[in-house]
Design a protein around this ligand. Sequence first.
Ligand SMILES: CC(=O)c1c[nH]c2ccccc12
Length: 116
Amino acid sequence: WMEVHLQPLVCFLRRLLDMIQSRDTGDIFSEPVDLSEVPDYSDVVTQPMDISTMRTKLENFQYSNLDAFEKDFNLMINNCMAYNSRDTIFYRAAVKMRDQGGALIRQARRDLEANG
Ligand SMILES: CC(=O)c1c[nH]c2ccccc12
């Protein structure tokens, strides 16, 4: 039942995530931060999140609406801005992704409103 009813949302979120990923030109959000390479990452970030994890969750029907998807997007951005200091490429990439990805999510919400 859930698969049938959530499949349209899965297709919608898959396309949205593809657009968000295309804005990650430095490819810093595509995979989980490697905790073996960054041993202090877990001291700062308690719930890691990245695009590949979001893709797995959406394919497994773990987002029942756009708000749940946006929550993980914001987690991914906020983790990056918490761990990396303001004067780093990574922090500035998070600011850019927050603005550009945020605009894509806002337009997606308007599209959902229009199409129900
Ligand atoms: C998104 C992010 O914070 C990172 C993405 N790749 C990294 C490598 C070392 C430390 C942090 C990161």
